[in-house]
Design a protein around this ligand. Structure first.
Ligand SMILES: Nc1c(NC[C@H](O)[C@H](O)[C@H](O)CO)[nH]c(=O)[nH]c1=O
Ligand SMILES: CC(=O)[C@@H](O)COP(=O)(O)O
Length: 158
């Protein structure tokens, strides 16, 4: 397996932009909240670690990952937000519902980012099982929330 026993959250922090004055929105889906809260906490802590100010981090929730696109749009259209980090976890079920959600969110977040000319980061886990999700929300494969946050930071160099 490509990710077997690997920490997938190891990333370079060379040449990061100064984000002291940058303002971030973290949009968090409530579905699978044990996972999404762990991801959001990781993203929040990572932003602070690399220079963001606590008062410049706005955290909001939406019911599910499908609503992340709308939540991201409401954040991206604000003049006082420089980057949006979207957090979700869509666990495969018995039907194809997860596929429709995942494709909709991926395309939706891309559309918002391009429409408002701001980084909108896809921090959505799409695991087959809850354990795979937990492994990527502070477990053996790291924390995708950390990765999402550093991605937002790096994109602010543009
Ligand atoms: N099953 C999961 C969902 N389902 C809910 C949808 O995201 C959406 O809220 C609903 O279809 C109404 O529009 N959402 C997740 O984030 N994760 C899941 O595993
Ligand atoms: C991904 C989801 O929406 C989750 O509720 C799985 O539902 P289902 O088992 O009906 O595919």
């Amino acid at each position: 397996m490509s990710s077997a026993h690997k920490n997938l959250s190891i990333f370079s922090t060379d040449n990061l932009p100064d984000i002291t004055e940058k303002r971030f929105a973290i949009v968090v889906a409530e579905w699978n909240e044990e996972v999404t809260n762990a991801l959001a906490d990781g993203a929040h802590k990572t932003l602070l670690t690399y220079g963001a100010q606590e008062d410049n981090i706005l955290r909001v929730t939406v019911p599910g990952s499908y609503e992340l696109s709308y939540g991201a749009q409401k954040m991206a259209q604000r003049e006082d937000i420089d980057a949006v980090i979207c957090i979700g976890c869509v666990i495969q079920g018995e039907t194809k519902h997860n596929d429709y959600i995942n494709h909709a969110v991926a395309q939706g977040l891309t559309n918002v980012s391009l429409k408002y000319d701001k980084p909108v980061v896809f921090g959505v886990l799409t695991p087959n099982t809850e354990q795979q999700a937990l492994d990527r929300a502070g477990g053996i494969h790291g924390n995708k929330g950390d990765e999402a946050a550093i991605t937002a930071v790096k994109m602010l160099k543009f």
